[in-house]
Structure formats: C-alpha cells, structure tokens
Design a protein around this ligand. Structure first.
Ligand code: IPM
Ligand code: MG
Length: 367
C-alpha cells in the first residue's frame, strides 16, 4: 500500500502549539516504527479567514476529501466574534464534517488514574471511568432546514429545524452497535421521545437495528435523564448513542467528569473510501483556548491522543495506538503536568513542548 496521507489543520489559538507536538510524535513513529506518513499542512478557521477571507478554502476542502485522515487542532477566538455567521471559524469545521459526511463522532470520556482527583465529582464515582459517546454529526438541528432569523409582524423569529431521516439514524446506530460489540456489549440510546417526533423515530430505528446485534444489551433514556445519570453514576454506561445537539451537550458533560477536558480526543468517521479506510477527521474535544494561546502552556495530550485514535481507526495500528496511550499514562503517573493539570502545590508545570519531550522519552522507553 502507498504511504498513508495526513492533512494537518492546526487552526487557531492553541491549535498550532499542540499540533506541533503531534508532528513530533508522528515523526517518532516514522523513525522508530517505520510508520511513515505523507503530511500536508493547511489553514482552517480564523487562520484561513485571515489569509483567504473564508474559514476553509475550496482547495483545502478538496485536499481533505483526498487524504487518508485529517488531524485538526482547534478553531475560533474572540477576534472573530464580529464576523458574519457565514464566515465564522466554526463554519470551516462544520463544512469539513458535512462535506466529508463524517456522521459518526466518537468521543471517549476516560478518567486517567493519575488524574481522578481532578474531577469535580467524588473520586470513587469516576475512578476507572471509560465510556464512549457516539454523536451523530452531520444532521439534526445543526443542519436542518428551514433555518434563519426572519421577521414576523414587528418582531424577529429565530428558526432551526430538527430533522432526521431513518437512514441517518440507522448509520449512526450501526456505528454505535459495532463499537459496543468491540467493548462491553452495552449501548444506551438517548433522545427526547417524550416531546420530539424525531426522538420517537430515533428510538424506533435504534430498536430495529438492535435486531442485528442480539448480543448487545440496549437501553433507552431521555436525554435530560441521561445528563443527570452521567453526573450521578457515570460508570453505569459503556457506549452512548445520541443525536448531534444532545451529543454536543452530553459529551461536554461526560468530558468534565474525567476532570481533564484538556485530555480528551475524538474521531469523526464516515463511510469507507475506495482503499477501505473510513473518511476520517481527528480532533481534540477542547477548544482554541485563546486566553492561553501562544504562551506554551497548553496541554497537547488531547491532540496527541487524537492521533492515537487515527492510528487505531484509520490505519489499523491498534498496538501502536496502545503504545502511545500507555506512554501518556506513564508520563502522567510520573507526575509530569501541564498547568491545566496542577492541583498539587510545589509541582512545577511543564510547557507544551515539555510535555511533548516527556511523551517522546516514554515512547523511547517503550521500545
Ligand atoms: C464541538 C464544538 C462544535 C459543535 C462547535 C465548535 C461548532 O462544540 O465539536 O463539540 O458545536 O459541534
Ligand atoms: Mg461542543
């Protein structure tokens, strides 16, 4: 097979800093493990707007369609708040998701042993937590029509539409059942079937799909109850499947349970390409953190773990992904901390590149 290709889109804020560490890790795998990648770098978000007047150029969009996987840092920042909605940095990200048809967004929420004290919940509620949220990513209220702000009589009306076709629900459900089969065979589907027709259909279709996965124990929950249960007893869950908007909210909630939002990766997957690999984009769950951008303070772990997900889901290198994840756990167990992870007084934080150095050393030690 030819050298696999990666498109790197560092984006805005801390994106470029954390991505610089990912590039060092990619180079390590090339040198030490013979895993070479053909890497191209381009602009997205505010950085693309500054250069091209749009948050994603057509050329970059075309490149994203062509590569084996896209790695994205983060988009957005206060500087761009004044921009018209159509060219806001977030539109670049949404265009990538939509045009690549990345319908299955995998958001793990995993509590690292060394960091269990960072959760705002009691340690025993979260220690060992390992759940996966599958968020539908290309439909629902994020993209439904009609939408807009119109004038009716003498006032404005804001309109968005929640709309799901059966096939959109089905493919997200299949992705979730497939993951459940590889994990603990337990899936909880969340919607609001008590108030939304789209929720009724969601529940119906997920139940239909479950016929093909008799080994998976399926449950259904209203999304508001789901939020409450996530905070009350998160370890009752293994895989959760939900729509675009509920998934946005529930995944932030789940991420914070782990006490380390700066640590969580995500994968957005679409249909298989001609070479059998899924269309894919990997990005940290955290945002562009403009308040600390450019200071070398950001934690690169979420972005590095996103590359680990790429190794696992795009390149079938599960053992190498585990090597990288384990190296990160070792570094944390040794007490290496970026500023966001500091609770203990007297511990001096490492910089973004200091964390990169420590992870590279742990990778070397793994050989
Ligand atoms: C996320 C973010 C995005 C979303 C924004 C930046 C458009 O919150 O990936 O969760 O709402 O999907
Ligand atoms: Mg979000």
């Amino acid at each position: 097979m030819s050298t696999p290709s990666l498109l790197i889109l560092p984006g805005d804020g801390i994106g470029p800093e954390v991505m610089a560490e990912v590039v060092r890790i990619i180079d390590w795998f090339g040198e030490k493990r013979g895993l070479k990648f053909d890497v191209t770098t381009a602009l997205v978000g505010g950085a693309a707007y500054d250069k091209h007047g749009v948050p994603l150029s057509d050329e970059t969009m075309a490149k994203a369609q062509e590569v084996d996987a896209v790695l994205l840092g983060a988009v957005g920042g206060p500087k761009y708040d004044v921009l018209d909605f159509s060219v806001k940095p977030e539109r670049g990200l949404l265009r990538l998701r939509k045009e690549m048809d990345l319908f299955a967004n995998l958001r793990p929420a995993q509590c690292f042993d060394a960091l269990a004290d960072f959760s705002s919940l009691k340690k025993d509620v979260v220690a060992g937590l390992d759940i996966m949220i599958v968020r539908e990513l290309t439909s629902g209220i994020y993209f439904g029509e009609p939408r807009g702000i119109i004038t009716e009589g003498n006032e404005r009306v804001g309109i968005n539409t929640q709309r799901y076709t059966e096939s959109e629900i089905r493919r997200a459900a299949i992705a979730a059942f497939e993951l459940a089969m590889k994990r603990n065979k337990k899936l909880c589907s969340m919607e609001k079937a008590n108030v939304m027709e789209s929720g009724i259909l969601w529940r119906d279709v997920v139940t239909e799909v479950s016929a093909d996965y008799p080994e998976v124990e399926l449950s259904h929950m209203y999304a508001d109850n789901g939020a409450m249960q996530l905070v009350r007893a998160p370890k009752q869950f293994d895989v959760i499947v939900t729509d675009n908007l509920f998934g946005d909210v529930l995944s932030d909630c789940a991420a914070m349970l782990t006490g380390s939002l700066g640590m969580l990766p995500s994968a957005s997957l679409g249909a298989p390409m001609a070479n059998g690999r899924p269309k894919a984009m990997y990005e940290p769950v955290h945002g562009s953190a403009p308040d600390i951008a450019g200071q070398g303070k950001a934690n690169p772990i979420a972005c590095i773990l996103s590359f680990a997900m790429a190794l696992r889901y795009s390149f079938d290198e599960g053992a190498e992904a585990t090597r990288l994840e384990q190296s990160i756990e070792n570094v944390l167990a040794d007490g290496v901390r970026t500023a966001d992870l500091l609770a203990d007084e007297g511990v001096t934080p490492v910089s973004t590149s200091g964390m990169g150095d420590a992870i590279l050393a742990a990778l070397d030690a793994s050989l």
